[in-house]
Each structure stands twice: as structure tokens, then as C-alpha cells.
Ligand binder design. Structure first.
Ligand code: GTP
Ligand code: SPV
Ligand code: MN
Length: 584
């Protein structure tokens, strides 16, 4: 392959000089290349070929035992000034970052191949897409990037002789957690990740580029990069409303994006179209509305809990050409996970490769994942390749809250909605290292993904609202409220469409609501609950807004907001005091 981009060639050469690979391979994205890479990875044990008659094109991978989720404590924003990273990010100067990680990268690819993977986030050639080039010594990463992004020759052609690209360097090195760093250099448009082989740490187009670097670019260039699913809800008249929803990691984005209507609502004629399940890039278009594209091209979804009842579209998507990571490997060369389709296998090898039998430890890691092409999803939207994306009618924030937040509420206006997003909180899941279940503040589900000072990020949200002729309405949902016995009050999954129906009707001024201190909540008979056996008492509890609990939450919000000092926009404090006033 002839490389016309002089800067790219020079950078690849310099990085090879640092990492010292035995050889450099430029990936062209061809089918032959994929087959050869798979063959090599199978020969070294990096991948296991699954049963090709039952799971055609599927392979299996296990990560190192200490490398199963994003390591937020080792993730840094490297800017010249600390204030630009803000109080919620780990920070180093670029100089220190390059030096520290440089030591780990030095010679790390000896005896290995360095693969050069050009990729496009967003359709190749769309004016809203961004190009990156990832250098990696992991075939697993190359194969995942081929699914998660648009890769190959066309991307290099698009880049031309001098196109802008994000420089992404990855080496698994020796997978040592003490020599692991995930560094972002927004001022240089560069990412360095070393010492890990886990998805979010190493598929550099995803969280690192499409959120951390992109959020920084978006602020500069007046657009938004968000941790949001995008879905179309087609109503019985055939009108499709598009929704973008931000939930923290492992809080239900993939599931909502692929929802299948429950019986009662299907009869009415609802249908869901999936645009994206994790990341949204949004701009104000010439019509003054907010438009969104999904920069990714695949799903890197949580396997446990996924089955033909909870998410039939996901199950159909992962029947072929899928990479399974850290799930249970069955005797017949197929896979399973906790909360997967029955029957529970009688035996198998667990995610660490040890013999497994039911009743003991988990067979799959709770953060086990599948990587699957988005084009295989039965509910895929026909707007996927559309360069302008889809117009957004509603933005939804949500988290895992076992109490406090009602099933759904609507903010009073954009500024109040930004405050609702900024005060999001959620219980910690298996998607990141740390104590499970602990409630942490996670504004807009972006706490681990905002590439700059979050106070400036709130300012940016407020500013974007002013740029729009029509702002989407902003809602908050909570599928995870518990009863006194610790059971979910709301059945969730497909039934969530009942809440989406109310949301869309609110956007069209067609549904009634009840004004509470925190926002508009549906009336008790406001949701269509046909076919659901929900007790009146539980429904009341789902919609309950308790001022004393909210006052406690306000105290926690205050502590969080004070981290930002003078930088926090005054509008956020305004909304905080207004809510306090309404609660009294
Ligand atoms: P990331 O890929 O980490 O960003 O996660 P995500 O937000 O896409 O989460 P996902 O849809 O994969 O769901 C994570 C877990 O939440 C799974 O175990 C689901 O079974 C569970 N879940 C999803 N939706 C619901 C729901 O409506 N109710 C309940 N109770 N659980 C849900
Ligand atoms: C998340 O943790 O939010 C994910 C998975 O979507 S990862 O790519 O690992 O970040
Ligand atoms: Mn995510």
C-alpha cells in the first residue's frame, strides 16, 4: 500500500522507533486480512474459534484476570494546565505523561507486529466524522476495531496527503496493572494507552476518541459528544421521533436502544429503530434543531443479563461475526453467561479458563462483552449512514437509583434540564473498577469521559441550548427503583416503551402531567399500562417525590458542585436554589 500522508508516515516511524516492533503492517480492512489475523491469533491462543456451524464467524477471547473493565484511576487528561482537566479528571502535564508512558512503551513491541489501523468515527467522508489511526500490537484490538469502526483503505484515501487525524498509540506491553496508563493529550489530538487489553481502555476510537477527545473538540467547534444511545420510536401513524439517552455504564443503553415493544403496545403499532447504543455526536443543523449521528459501527455490549426475553434484537445481532470476551465457554464450542438463555449448561470453562459447574462461582465475568456489527441488528435504522443523522426530539438522563428518583420526570426547560443532567447520580456497576453499588455523582453519564473541566462542560450545554431554535425536551428516568423488599418496582426492558410513549406525547403537547418540585411527573393514569399487572401501591411509589429525601440529595449535590469553585456556571446554582425553594 502506498502511503501519501507524509506526517502519518513520520509519526508511525517515530512510534515504531519507541516501541521497537519486529515489523509494521498497514491494515487495509479486507476480508483476507481478517482471515489471516484470526488464523494467527488462534494459533497463539489469543483467540479461540467457536463452533462455526452454530456461531459462524464468531471467536472467543479471555482478557488477563486483572484487566476486565476500564481502569478510571489510571486514566488521565494531560493538559498544560490542571484547571483545564478540572477536579473530576486525573491530571498530568503532557510532558510528564509522555515520559511516564514512554518508559512503558519503550521496546514493548519487541518480537511483535505493530498494526496500523486507520479508522473513521462516523460515515467515511461525512463532514461530521473524525479520522483516527490506531497503532497496536494486539490482533484482538485490530479485529474489534474492524467491527466497532469503519476501517481500512477508504479511510486512508479520505485522509489524503494532509488530513487531520487523532494519533492513537496502544501496546498491551506486559499487561501489568502497575505499568498501565490511559492518557489523553487533547492539545495534541493524541491518545496513549499502555498495559491493558480491555475494550474501553484499548479500542481507542470509543471512549478515548469519541468521548474524551471529541468532547474537547466539540467544545471548541460548537457541537456535542455524549455518552448516549440514539433510537427512533415509530408511532402508530408511522411518524418516527428520535430520542438520545444518557445512562452511566451498564445502566441500560444497549437494552433501550434495541427495545422490542411489549404485546399491549405492539398492537397499537409501535416500532423501534436503533441508531446507536453508546455514543452520540450532536450538532445544531441549519434548521435550528439538534441532529445526532452514531460515530460507531458496532456494539460492545454487556453480555450478562442479555437473553431472548430481555433483548431479542441483541441475541439476533450476535449470532454471527461476533467476538465474545470473558463469557463462559461451553463444551460444544458455543457460549453462555449468567442471565443468558436457558438451559444453564451442565459444565464449561469459566472466563478465567477454569472448569466450571453451575451453583458455584460465576461462569462469565459480570462485565463480559460481545463485539458485533451494528448492521446485523434487526432493528437497525435506515438512517445509519445518513451524513446528517437524525433530529432529536427528547434527551433522557437516567441512572441506577434504588430510591429517590421517580420512574420518569420532565424538566421545566433547557436550563433546568441541564441541571437535571448535571445532578445525575448512579450506583456503581461492574463496567469500572471500584466498589459496586456505591452511589456516585455522574453528570450526563460523562464523569469518566469528559475530556476537559466539567464546569466548562455544563457551560457548553447551556450555550448549545441558546443556539437552538427548538430545544429538545429533557427528561429523567429511573428503571431501578426498589420496593421495601429490594425488588424492582418497574419491570423494565421492553416495558420501558410505556414511558417513552409518555415522553413523546409530552414532546407533542399531547400528554397531561402533574407539576412537582422536581419537574413534571405523569398522573397516576398517565401511562398506558395495558397488560401489566402493576399494583396501585407500587405505581404510587414509582411516582413518589419525597421532599425530605431530595433535601438530602441537595446536600450531596452541593458538595459535588463546590469542587468546581468559581468556575461552576451561575445558572447551575440558580437551579439548585430554585429547587431548594420549591421543596420547602
Ligand atoms: P455500557 O455498554 O457499559 O455503556 O452499558 P449500557 O448502558 O449499554 O447497559 P446495558 O443495556 O448493557 O445494560 C446493563 C445491565 O442492565 C444488563 O445486565 C441489563 O440486563 C440491565 N438492564 C437494562 N435495562 C434494564 C431495565 O429496564 N430494568 C432492569 N432492572 N435492568 C435493566
Ligand atoms: C462503558 O463502560 O460505558 C462501555 C464499555 O460502553 S467500554 O468500552 O469498556 O467503556
Ligand atoms: Mn458505555
Amino acid at each position: 500500500m502506498e502511503i501519501k500522508h507524509a506526517k502519518l508516515k513520520k509519526w508511525v516511524h517515530e512510534m515504531a522507533h519507541l516501541c521497537k516492533p519486529d515489523r509494521i503492517v498497514w491494515c487495509d480492512g479486507s476480508y483476507e486480512e481478517k482471515a489471516a489475523l484470526e488464523k494467527e491469533a488462534v494459533s497463539t491462543g489469543e483467540l479461540i474459534k467457536l463452533n462455526q456451524s452454530k456461531l459462524p464467524g464468531c471467536v472467543y477471547h479471555r482478557t488477563a484476570v486483572n484487566d476486565v473493565a476500564r481502569t478510571e484511576n489510571l486514566t488521565y487528561i494531560c493538559t498544560s494546565k490542571k484547571i483545564d482537566a478540572g477536579p473530576t479528571n486525573n491530571w498530568m502535564t503532557p510532558k510528564e505523561g509522555y515520559r511516564k508512558a514512554g518508559e512503558f512503551f519503550f521496546g514493548a513491541m519487541r518480537g511483535r507486529t505493530m498494526y496500523v489501523v486507520p479508522f473513521s468515527m462516523g460515515p467515511v467522508g461525512s463532514p461530521f466524522s473524525k479520522i483516527g489511526v490506531e497503532l497496536t500490537d494486539s490482533i484482538y484490538v485490530v479485529l474489534n476495531m474492524r467491527i466497532m469502526t469503519r476501517t481500512g483503505k477508504e479511510v486512508l484515501e479520505k485522509l489524503g496527503r494532509d488530513g487531520e487525524f487523532t494519533k492513537c498509540l496502544h501496546s498491551k506491553a506486559d499487561l501489568d496493572i502497575n505499568r498501565r496508563l490511559i492518557l489523553h493529550f487533547p492539545e495534541d489530538n493524541a491518545i496513549w494507552s499502555v498495559g491493558s487489553g480491555y475494550g474501553g481502555n484499548v479500542l481507542l476510537g470509543k471512549k478515548c476518541l469519541a468521548l474524551r477527545i471529541a468532547s474537547y473538540l466539540a467544545k471548541k467547534e460548537d457541537w456535542m459528544a455524549e455518552h448516549m444511545l440514539i433510537m427512533g420510536v415509530e408511532d402508530p401513524q408511522g411518524h418516527v421521533s428520535y430520542i438520545a439517552a444518557a445512562f452511566p455504564s451498564a445502566c441500560g443503553k444497549t437494552n433501550l436502544a434495541m427495545l422490542i415493544p411489549p404485546k399491549g403496545l405492539k398492537k397499537k403499532g409501535y416500532r423501534i429503530w436503533t441508531v446507536g447504543d453508546d455514543i452520540a455526536w450532536m450538532r445544531v443543523d441549519s434548521d435550528g434543531s439538534l441532529w445526532a449521528v452514531n460515530p460507531e459501527y458496532g456494539f460492545f455490549g454487556v453480555a450478562p443479563g442479555t437473553n431472548s426475553k430481555t433483548n431479542p434484537n441483541a441475541m439476533a445481532t450476535i449470532k454471527s461475526n461476533t467476538i465474545f470476551t470473558n463469557v463462559l465457554l461451553k463444551k460444544d464450542g458455543t457460549v453462555w453467561w449468567e442471565g443468558g438463555d436457558p438451559p444453564v449448561p451442565k459444565e464449561g470453562l469459566d472466563w478465567m479458563g477454569r472448569p466450571w459447574k453451575p451453583g458455584g462461582e460465576k461462569g462469565a465475568h459480570p462485565n463480559a462483552r460481545f463485539t458485533a456489527p451494528i448492521t446485523q441488528c434487526p432493528s437497525i435504522s435506515n438512517r445509519l449512514e445518513h451524513h446528517h443523522g437524525v433530529p432529536i426530539s427528547a434527551i433522557i438522563f437516567g441512572g441506577k437509583r434504588s430510591s429517590l428518583a421517580p420512574l420518569v420526570y420532565e424538566s421545566f426547560n433547557w436550563q433546568h434540564g441541564v441541571y437535571v443532567g448535571a445532578t445525575m447520580a448512579s450506583e456503581r456497576t461492574a463496567a469500572q473498577f471500584g466498589k459496586l453499588g456505591e452511589v456516585r455523582r455522574d453528570p450526563m453519564a460523562m464523569l469518566p469521559f469528559c475530556g476537559y473541566n466539567m464546569a466548562d462542560y455544563f457551560k457548553h450545554w447551556l450555550k448549545m441550548g441558546k443556539k437552538m431554535a427548538r430545544t429538545p425536551k429533557i427528561f429523567h428516568v429511573n428503571w431501578f427503583r426498589l420496593d421495601e423488599k429490594g425488588r424492582f418496582l418497574w419491570p423494565g426492558f421492553g416495558e420501558n416503551l410505556r414511558v417513552l410513549e409518555w415522553i413523546i406525547e409530552r414532546c407533542r403537547n399531547k400528554a397531561d402531567a402533574h407539576r412537582t418540585p422536581i419537574g413534571y411527573v405523569p398522573k397516576l393514569d398517565g401511562l398506558d399500562l395495558t397488560g401489566l399487572n402493576l399494583k396501585k401501591k407500587d405505581l404510587k411509589e414509582l411516582f413518589a417525590v419525597r421532599p425530605s429525601e431530595w433535601m438530602e440529595d441537595l446536600a450531596d449535590q452541593k458538595k459535588f458542585f463546590e469542587l468546581f469553585g468559581e468556575k461552576l456556571p451561575k445558572e447551575i446554582w440558580q437551579e439548585y436554589h430554585a429547587l431548594k425553594g420549591r421543596l420547602k
